[in-house]
Every structure is written in structure tokens, then in C-alpha cells.
Design a protein around this ligand. Structure first.
Ligand SMILES: NC(=O)c1ccc[n+]([C@@H]2O[C@H](COP(=O)([O-])OP(=O)(O)OC[C@H]3O[C@@H](n4cnc5c(N)ncnc54)[C@H](OP(=O)(O)O)[C@@H]3O)[C@@H](O)[C@H]2O)c1
Length: 297
């Protein structure tokens, strides 16, 4: 039976602090369980205090690790992301693992308070901002890891990178575009962080039985995810890859690469285009007001 600890992970995470966004459900929750089993202090992030509290109690009872805590944030709000980063970094001068996992699909185009389309805000702008704000704590830790959750659907993402997604709205196209951005961000970040000791990797989880789609606000979208259940892998199975990337003793091997089902995989050819990555990077940094960031350790 799966013990929550991948075979490849021969390394205890005792004394290491892991932040998992979207840790209350699906892949994020199972990743938190896996990291907790390895002995990490895990901080899960979700929107509801009650749901987070229940999840922490569940993880503690399953794993016998009492070092599980939570922070609440609405990650589609950049103000909330800033408050979260401030809270986490003030309590934790060192963070060893950041798993940018929270994400969603929305049935209609909804703009956030910042004026961004919700899928872009939650699935791309929020991890970009959170990662940058937590970088001092990540760089202060020994061999920290950033693990981003992408998707193979990034291949059909749009390349014009408009964060408000104007024009005709297609939920899966918006989702694919946010995942293309996440993919390109992961590769660009790995380049920027070269020499700092912080590694970056990306996960394509596969088709996983979770609540994704159920909370989309569309009965049709929810039903179509439901119909696919027999072809989906479990969240527990999907979480093996992020847990492996967060805990492997050989971070150089996984740095700047995408993994699926524990193996490195290629992503779309445009995602490797460094000029396009830089264009996206500059546009995002400008949008989020991130200037004068130093990456050297
Ligand atoms: N399922 C798949 O087949 C699949 C395939 C490829 C990639 N992925 C990716 O895997 C990641 C995890 O998704 P999942 O499938 O495990 O879905 P899920 O079961 O719906 O979990 C989503 C998580 O994100 C959190 N979340 C949603 N909106 C949030 C917000 N505004 N602020 C803070 N947290 C928020 C939720 O927490 P609360 O509701 O408690 O706030 C929940 O913990 C996503 O990035 C998704 O795109 C999934």
C-alpha cells in the first residue's frame, strides 16, 4: 500500500518547513500529507479557516506529525497574497519548500478586485508574486525547492499573455493559458535563481480525481470532469511527484525541469523560448510592481 513516502525519497524532511498552497483538497492536500510523513513542518494555505483547521487535524492524525499549521488567504487577490507572504515570512525566516499548487477553472470571465481574470490571477500571478515575496526566506534556507503545479493542457495556451483575458471567454482556454504562463515562469525562474541554491521544478500531474471543475460554477464543466473519473488517477498517486521533487536528495537533477508521474517530460516548444519567457517575465513583474529584486545569494 502507498505509504505517502515515494520510494525515491530517501531523505527525512525533519526540521524543514514546507508551504503548500491549496493544501486543503486534492493534489495539494495529498502533497501536504506526503511531506508531513517525511517529517516536514507543513504550512497549508486555503481560504476557509474552518476547512484549514479540519485539514490540519486530519493530516496530524494520519501522519502522527503535529507540526502542521495553516494560513488563510484568497490567492486570487494580490493584496491577500502580500499579507500572506508577510505573515509567513515574519514567522519563518527560513522556508525550505514552496509548492505553488492552488488553482481553479471558472465557468465565466470574472475579474478580481485587481482587474485580472480569475484563472490568471489564481493560477499564475499569485504564484509569481508569492514566490518573489518569499524568496528571501527561501534563499536563507539550505537547498530550498520551489515546486510549481502545471498541466499538460498548457500546450493549447494562448501566447498573447493578457492578464485580463479580454474577448470571447473559454474556460479551458483561459486555464491552459495560465498553465502555459506557469510553465514559462518555472523555467525563467530557474534561470534567474541559478547559483542561489534554490531549485525550481514543474509538475504535470496528469488527469486526477479531485474537486477541480466541481467548483467551476458550471454544471456542464463539473459533469464533464465527473464523467472522466474512470480515467483519472488518485490525488494520492499524483502527489508522489511533487513530494519527490520537494524531497529528493539531488536537487540539481530536477532543477529547471518538468516532471510527470515521477519522470522528466518535455513541455511545448514555445514554453522553452527564452525570449518569450523574458517578455512574459517583464510584463508580469511590471504588472505586479516587482522591481529591484536581487537574485544573487
Ligand atoms: N485535477 C487534475 O486533473 C489536474 C490536472 C493538472 C493540473 N492540476 C492542477 O493541480 C492543482 C491542484 O488542483 P486539484 O486538482 O487538486 O483541485 P482541487 O481539489 O479543487 O484543489 C484546489 C485547491 O486550491 C485552493 N484554492 C482554490 N481557489 C483558491 C483561492 N482563491 N485562494 C486560495 N486557495 C484556493 C482550494 O482551497 P480552498 O477551497 O480550501 O480555498 C484547494 O485546496 C491546480 O493548480 C490544478 O490546476 C490538476
Amino acid at each position: 500500500m502507498y505509504s505517502g513516502i515515494p520510494e525515491h525519497s530517501d531523505r527525512s524532511m525533519k526540521g524543514r518547513i514546507s508551504v503548500v498552497t491549496g493544501g486543503t483538497s486534492g493534489i495539494g492536500k495529498e502533497t501536504a500529507i506526503g511531506l508531513s510523513r517525511l517529517g516536514s513542518h507543513v504550512i497549508i494555505v486555503g481560504r476557509s479557516r474552518e476547512k484549514c483547521q479540519d485539514t490540519v487535524e486530519e493530516i496530524e492524525s494520519i501522519t502522527d506529525n503535529v507540526n502542521i499549521s495553516f494560513e488563510t488567504a484568497d490567492l486570487s487577490s494580490m493584496e491577500s497574497v502580500r499579507r500572506l507572504a508577510e505573515t509567513i515570512s515574519s514567522k519563518n525566516p527560513r522556508i525550505h519548500v514552496l509548492v505553488n499548487n492552488a488553482g481553479g477553472v471558472f465557468s465565466s470571465r470574472m475579474l478580481t478586485a485587481d482587474g485580472y481574470e480569475s484563472t490568471m490571477a489564481l493560477g499564475y500571478l499569485s504564484p509569481f508574486l508569492l514566490t518573489h515575496l518569499l524568496l528571501p526566506s527561501l534563499m536563507a534556507a539550505d537547498r530550498a525547492r520551489i515546486v510549481n503545479i502545471g498541466s499538460s493542457v498548457h500546450k493549447s495556451g494562448l501566447r498573447d499573455f493578457n492578464f485580463s483575458y479580454p474577448g470571447k471567454y473559454a474556460p479551458m482556454k483561459a486555464y491552459a493559458t495560465s498553465k502555459l504562463m506557469m510553465t514559462m515562469f518555472s523555467y525563467a525562474l530557474s534561470r534567474h535563481l541559478a547559483g542561489t541554491g534554490v531549485s525550481v521544478s514543474l509538475v504535470q500531474p496528469g488527469f486526477v480525481a479531485t474537486n477541480l471543475g466541481k467548483n467551476s460554477g458550471s454544471g456542464l464543466l463539473s459533469a464533464s470532469f465527473g464523467i472522466m473519473r474512470p480515467f483519472q488517477i488518485s490525488a494520492e498517486e499524483a502527489a508522489k511527484t511533487p513530494v519527490y521533487l520537494a524531497s529528493t536528495p539531488d536537487p540539481a537533477k530536477i532543477n529547471g525541469r518538468c516532471y510527470s508521474r515521477m519522470k522528466p517530460v518535455e513541455t511545448s516548444s514555445s514554453s522553452y523560448d527564452t525570449k518569450l519567457q523574458d517578455e512574459l517575465w517583464n510584463r508580469t513583474s511590471e504588472t505586479l510592481g516587482l522591481r529591484d529584486i536581487t537574485y544573487a545569494k
